[in-house]
Design a protein around this ligand. Structure first.
Ligand SMILES: [Ca+2]
Ligand SMILES: [Ca+2]
Ligand SMILES: [Ca+2]
Ligand SMILES: [Ca+2]
Length: 466
């Protein structure tokens, strides 16, 4: 941590509401003062070069609504990541040259002041007035057919097909479409190596069952096989909250969902039902869920949005009670279902996409999230018309396994979609961000600047009076 960023002064949060216990705990101020004195005063390692300011240069690639996902990957093999969102990919590093890899057919009609109608490209989003949805919710990049050219996986509206598009190896024209899975349910399915075999799987629910779908990598053009891990509990296609992470620390990723976690067994042969551990992480359902040791005590904790269409961002500290795994809730953004600013004054709703990524290169994972603006239209969700903010929250670990998330506003006129991706692009150490949503398609280039301590301190978020 010290090699890049000092611990922010704002770390000295005074009070923390422990919601699970319903009590207000006091930070050990003496300890914090000692720590800060060590960090900011006497430590010779902290010269001006250690004060880094992170800012993000925004480029809006599209103003239309083409999809709610976006990602980065090198599609033309020039060594520079390209950006994928909706039916388009944009050539990196400047993303000015756009290619249509499947037909961009969506249009909508907008009534003009004189009563006439105008047809606009894209789905009806922030340029329109009515609530509408796209057919493109998540994008992932992977070379499915082992020809050395990365292909594009697109997950559509919940309950619809997942398809992948075959990279034409530099040739012009639409990419060949291959059906992967006929029904992909849940609002935060993902594409990651759940099984630990070194190859990614589509983690989702399908037709009422949690599970994963994987291609036969020897026959990649064939539809993928779905492997159930739960009984048919009739999980609805619009169920919110899903993730993969190792909760119990046995090295195997478990499946996280809003009401518990499914423990990956030693052997997956024969598609066994995974042991279920019920825990109500959120009654409403959030977005992408992660298992990560937030407070550094050696036990993985769970990070989740509290309500994809309401308020709240929380992490659940894993605690062991008589050897059993349970969790204690900590709020990053208040889970009360109304606008309640956190200790830094931050509050926003529609927390429908989350990324866990080390934004500042200190070796500790941080959170990237924001508001999925107009997710249910311009009058759909609470606080719908407030700014479409995009934030990163720096995780700072404190004494006695405390953890704090320091908010940094990236932008206030974009937000997230159902996916937000932050990954190395313009430089390896500090991830850039990409977003596709109802406001358009966005690229945020991460810029880092060394500053003097005073300037750095001025830029830190301030604690508000509690
Ligand atoms: Ca390929
Ligand atoms: Ca596990
Ligand atoms: Ca922990
Ligand atoms: Ca970090």
């Amino acid at each position: 941590m010290l090699k890049t960023d000092p611990v922010p002064v704002a770390f000295g949060r005074r009070d923390r509401l422990d919601l699970a216990r319903g009590v207000c705990q006091t930070w050990p101020m003496k300890l914090i003062a000692l720590l800060l004195a060590a960090l900011l005063g006497s430590a010779p390692a902290l010269s001006a070069k250690d004060y880094l300011l992170h800012t993000f240069k925004k480029t809006q690639l599209a103003y239309q609504f083409w999809g709610e996902g976006a990602t980065l990957g090198d599609l033309n093999r020039d060594g520079k990541p390209d950006l994928v969102s909706g039916p388009y990919w944009y050539e990196g590093p400047d993303f000015t040259k756009r290619h249509e890899f499947y037909p961009a057919k969506a249009t909508f009609k907008l009534k003009q002041e004189d009563g006439s109608e105008k047809t606009l490209p894209g789905f009806e989003g922030a340029l329109g007035v009515n609530n509408a949805y796209s057919d493109n919710f998540f994008a992932f990049v992977q070379d499915f057919n082992h020809d050395g050219w990365k292909d594009i996986l697109i997950l559509g509206f919940p309950g619809e097909k997942t398809v992948w598009y075959e990279n034409p190896k530099g040739q012009a024209g639409f990419w060949t479409r291959h059906e992967a899975l006929d029904v992909t349910d849940n609002e935060s399915p993902t594409f990651t190596d759940l099984t630990g075999d070194g190859k990614p799987e589509l983690v989702c629910s399908s037709k009422g069952v949690y599970g994963y779908a994987a291609p036969d990598w020897k026959h990649p053009n064939e539809p993928w096989k779905f492997h159930p891990i739960s009984p048919d509990n009739k999980y609805h296609r619009f169920t919110h909250g899903l993730g993969a992470g190792d909760v119990n620390g046995d090295g195997r990723l478990d499946l996280l969902e809003k009401s518990g976690w499914w423990e990956q067994p030693k052997s997956l042969a024969g598609d066994p039902i995974w042991p279920y551990h019920k825990f109500e992480f959120t009654p409403h359902g959030g977005a992408q869920m992660y298992a990560y040791d937030v407070n550094g005590d050696g036990l993985n904790d769970v990070i989740t949005s509290f309500a994809a269409h309401g308020f709240g961002l929380v992490w659940y500290e894993q605690v062991r009670a008589s050897g059993e795994i349970t969790f204690r809730q900590h709020a990053i953004l208040s889970p009360e279902q109304k606008r309640v600013p956190n200790e830094y004054g931050v509050s926003f709703s529609e927390v429908h996409a989350l990324a866990l990524v080390d934004m500042d290169g200190d070796g500790v994972q941080d959170i990237v999230t924001g508001k999925r603006f107009w997710s249910h239209g311009q009058a759909g969700d609470p606080d719908h018309n407030n700014a479409a903010v995009l934030y990163w929250f720096k995780l700072v670990r404190g004494p006695n396994h405390r953890a704090d998330f320091i908010p940094s506003l990236i932008d206030d006129n974009s937000g997230v979609g159902t996916q937000v991706v932050a990954t190395g692009c313009s430089n390896r150490k500090f991830p850039d961000l990409v977003v596709g949503n109802k406001r358009g398609t966005f690229y945020f280039q991460h810029e880092v600047r060394k500053v003097r301590q005073a300037e750095w301190q001025r830029a830190q978020p301030k604690l508000i009076a509690q």
